[in-house]
Design a protein around this ligand. Structure first.
Ligand SMILES: [Zn+2]
Ligand SMILES: [Zn+2]
Length: 636
């Protein structure tokens, strides 16, 4: 039997050889990382599997995404075993690996406490100590049913019902059995560094009509050092959580009585948004965009033409009846922009036409996935639709990328770009796809932007570039998209008159350069950890008086600053100056201007910045011009 280990290396072995033994003899020396599973002709399998046919074998280590998944999924089985040991009444639901960790859902009639998590973790460590092998069992569906009936695992029985195959695989370690495709690590002892993180509610199968289960989250790493490093990063991320900072800095809230996923912008959050929106509008006008406004609701007719009722209705809120016609709250801004374009016959000389709108849309998201400002049900896209003829496409995409790059560097984000190409199911001719994809690719190359290809990741109606922002902790966040569309121009019959006097189909680009105001500002809060640069800070300078006799001068300074478009607030309360400064610090105020007798005598203020604790004395007009320059330059 021949086993191909790499392009250069092929070995002979007898039928029935266990992968593990083969690896011990052939591969271990070359791999510093422990091998935890294998890929046979591309399929992931357990190391305990015997080999019976010629195949190619690739070792899988924790380093790879697949390796991490197997390792963490195995840890979730160990956690479920520990939970069953300690809480025999708990029923097990599902327990997959996720980004950076794993979870398992349990049905138990009392909530897990933090102390429970500690006990479960201790028990897991005992199970790991016992080094129990993960055994794969392949059984008929009936046999599996019997096992889970005996164990009263109702959720597993429900999952079994949905499996069409006659044979299913189960994994057992110790007395614990789970319905599972696998693969897994060889034995529990392979799991070296584990940590349980928290508990949250989760509906069975993500459906709020079902029972709420308890989801325990945890993570696992190949070494204790890597785990410690990760936990440290998690702690940093917690300190940057935009929901906590949003409360602390009084930026936004979500009101239960109004509804989940709907953001209320408080004055301080609103001023940040307004500042960004003003900047955004100016930048767009500079670059030849035209700003438009479109209504928030639209009738059935438009969504029949656009195809939203066919393909997108599950994300749209139930219609309201107006004079017997159903109207929907808009989930997208495109139809309105198209209708504005179509109010006239357009000549090629008018193209490209670039309509931009800070357009508020509403889309249904399951309540379980809502997350602060990042996953919401109503949001304002910084949307634009560009109508051009095919030859203009490369230049337009390049211009959009320029704008994206400019925006990202203004806010201090690095980013990754992904080029999503044609999926299997798609519309539009081969040539149009090739041209559009080339245009996207060449624009990325011209801008010298590194990008990854997301093969087949495009939407059915055209290729796109997805931009993922990288924040201060190196985390990726969903950002702008540049989407070419061959579909809506057809559906809406969008044309221009060419030099030949005939009508031609336009090419349409949907694009955002920030994403949405909610998601972008939520991301910004985390990126800056609430320490907004001066140009965005809700309060740019706080005027502080030492005693009552300084208030009159303080009022004048305050007004002076405001007259110069600087967002100034005052704290003239009869409190100790140290206390007032402390409050200003907690609010992360960039500048504080302290006023006492000496300042009044000299016409100055004593300035304290976030970066520099020592006070420097400045004349008021010098403070103003210094701040105005920093604001104009958008210094980060
Ligand atoms: Zn499993
Ligand atoms: Zn659109």
């Amino acid at each position: 039997m021949k086993i191909k280990l790499s392009d250069e290396k092929q070995i002979e072995c007898v039928a029935g050889t266990i992968i593990k033994d083969l690896i011990d003899h052939q591969l271990t020396k070359n791999n510093l990382q422990e091998i935890i599973a294998a890929k046979l002709d591309g399929d992931l399998v357990d190391l305990s599997r015997p080999l019976f046919t010629n195949t190619s074998l690739e070792p899988v280590t924790f380093d790879s995404a697949e390796g991490k998944k197997i390792y963490r999924h195995s840890t979730s089985h160990v956690m479920a075993q520990a939970v069953k040991d300690l809480f025999p009444a708990a029923k097990i639901a599902i327990g997959p690996a996720i980004e950076d960790g794993f979870y398992y859902d349990f049905d138990l009639d009392r909530p897990f406490t933090p102390q429970d998590l500690e006990r479960i973790e201790e028990r897991m460590k005992e199970i790991i100590q016992q080094d129990l092998p993960f055994q794969r069992l392949e059984l008929s569906k009936e046999q599996a049913q019997k096992i889970f009936q005996e164990r009263r695992e109702d959720y597993k029985l429900e999952l079994l019902k949905d499996i069409e195959e006659d044979t299913v695989s189960l994994y057992q370690q110790g007395n614990f059995i789970d319905l599972c495709r696998g693969p897994h690590v060889l034995s529990s002892g392979k799991l070296r560094a584990i940590k349980l993180l928290n508990v949250a509610g989760a509906y069975w199968r993500g459906d709020e009509k079902n029972k709420m289960l308890q989801r325990i989250y945890g993570t696992a790493f190949a070494t204790p050092e890597a785990l410690t490093e990760y936990l440290k990063r998690l702690e940093e991320a917690k300190e940057r959580d935009h929901r906590a900072l949003g409360r602390q800095l009084d930026l936004f809230s979500v009101q239960e009585e109004i509804g989940p996923g709907l953001i209320h912008w408080h004055p301080k959050g609103a001023i940040i948004r307004m500042t960004i929106e003003e900047f955004w509008k100016k930048e767009h006008l500079k670059r030849g965009y035209q700003l438009v406004y479109t209504p928030h609701i639209a009738s059935r007719k438009i969504y029949e033409i656009s195809g939203h009722l066919e393909t997108y209705q599950e994300y749209m809120y139930s219609p309201m009846d107006i004079d017997g016609v159903p109207y929907w709250v808009k989930p997208m801004n495109c139809p309105g922009h198209i209708k504005i374009y179509q109010t006239k016959l357009r000549s090629y000389r008018e193209l490209p036409i670039r309509y931009a709108e800070l357009g508020t849309v509403y889309r249904y998201e399951r309540s379980g996935v809502l997350h602060g400002m990042l996953r919401v049900r109503g949001f304002t896209q910084d949307d634009s639709h560009i109508f051009c003829h095919p030859e203009q496409l490369p230049a337009e995409i390049l211009q959009v990328l320029d704008l994206v790059d400019f925006m990202m560097s203004t806010f201090g984000f690095d980013y990754h770009a992904y080029l999503a190409t044609r999926p299997e199911k798609s519309i539009g001719g081969e040539e149009a796809w090739a041209k559009a994809t080339t245009a996207l690719r060449e624009a990325l190359s011209k801008r010298e932007i590194d990008y990854k290809i997301d093969p087949g990741g495009g939407v059915f109606y055209g290729p796109k570039i997805d931009i993922k922002l990288l924040d201060a902790l190196g985390r990726e966040w969903q950002g702008p998209t540049i989407q070419v569309d061959f579909n809506l121009p057809e559906r809406f019959d969008i044309n221009y008159v060419g030099p030949d006097g005939n009508r031609h189909r336009v090419v349409m680009i949907h694009r955002t350069v920030l994403g949405s105001m909610e998601r972008f500002i939520g991301t910004l809060i985390e990126h800056y950890a609430g320490v907004f640069p001066l140009w965005l800070a809700p309060v740019q300078v706080l005027v502080l008086t030492i005693t009552e006799r300084h208030i009159e001068y303080g009022e004048r300074v305050l007004q002076d600053l405001r007259n110069n478009d600087i967002r100034a607030e005052a704290d003239f309360r009869n409190e100790l100056i140290g206390y007032k400064i402390r409050e200003g610090q907690l609010a992360k105020t960039p500048y504080m201007a302290v006023i006492g007798d000496r300042e009044i005598a000299n016409g100055t203020v004593s300035v304290r910045t976030r970066k520099k604790k020592e006070l420097t004395t400045l004349r008021v007009e010098d403070l103003i011009s210094k701040m105005k320059k920093e604001i104009a330059d958008k210094i980060i």
